[in-house]
Design a protein. Structure first.
Length: 212
């Protein structure tokens, strides 16, 4: 059964509205996430323009970038998450929107962060968005992309007690998508992570450090 495009955003919004601050708590000890932010900070000039896709509660990504003096726009489909983020990270701007409808000017960004925020979109949508993010980067710009590297499409699963429909690429295929978008993969990190939640299970994580 194919889920209509418009349903993907509503489904994701329901999941993350329900999770709220529990999501932040579950992932607060993700060391690979922190390492990726350290890498990004080392590449950004002061006052860089950064898009945080699927910004969640604003922590740690937007909070870390704002504290370092960068101009951050966070976009999330969940109104609950956007409200939390605006309260917790007042130095950033947050927008409740489906990133598929977001206008991105070519070369307008210095960095894009995409932490596990494409998994409820189909492969064509993920591929199209990665291409748009790449084009939105200025020359020399950076993209950090994190995902669960599995060869699955439209699989029903349970994430922290919430029903989700997951689509992903395995690691090799995702690297190919990123390269086809015109980005260079500078480094990869594979980890196994268990969210701090009673219904969570260990999950593989892949972080790609990319440059235009």
């Amino acid at each position: 059964m194919t889920i209509p495009v418009e349903d993907n955003g509503r489904r994701a919004a329901r999941v993350f509205d329900a999770l709220g601050p529990a999501y932040e708590k579950a992932f607060a000890h993700a060391e690979a996430h922190r390492r990726s932010l350290d890498w990004l900070l080392g590449r950004l000039a002061p006052g860089s323009r950064v898009l945080d896709v699927g910004s969640g509660t604003g922590r740690p990504t937007a909070a870390t970038l704002v504290a370092a003096g960068h101009d951050v726009l966070g976009v999330d489909v969940s109104p609950v998450m956007v409200e939390l983020a605006a309260r917790q990270v007042p130095g950033a701007r947050f927008q409740c929107a489906d990133v598929r409808g977001l206008s991105l000017d070519e070369g307008s960004l210095d960095a894009v962060c995409v932490y596990f925020s494409l998994l409820q979109l189909d492969r064509a949508e993920q591929t199209e968005l990665i291409g748009r993010f790449a084009r939105a980067l200025a020359p020399g710009g950076s993209l950090v992309l994190a995902t669960v590297p599995l060869d699955v499409a439209g699989v029903d699963a349970v994430f922290m007690g919430q029903p989700v429909r997951v689509t992903s690429f395995d690691g090799e295929a995702l690297v190919e998508v990123v390269r086809d978008a015109g980005l260079t993969v500078l480094a990869e990190e594979n980890t196994l992570f268990t969210p701090d939640h009673p219904e969570a299970v260990p999950e593989p994580h892949l972080f790609l450090y990319c440059a235009r």
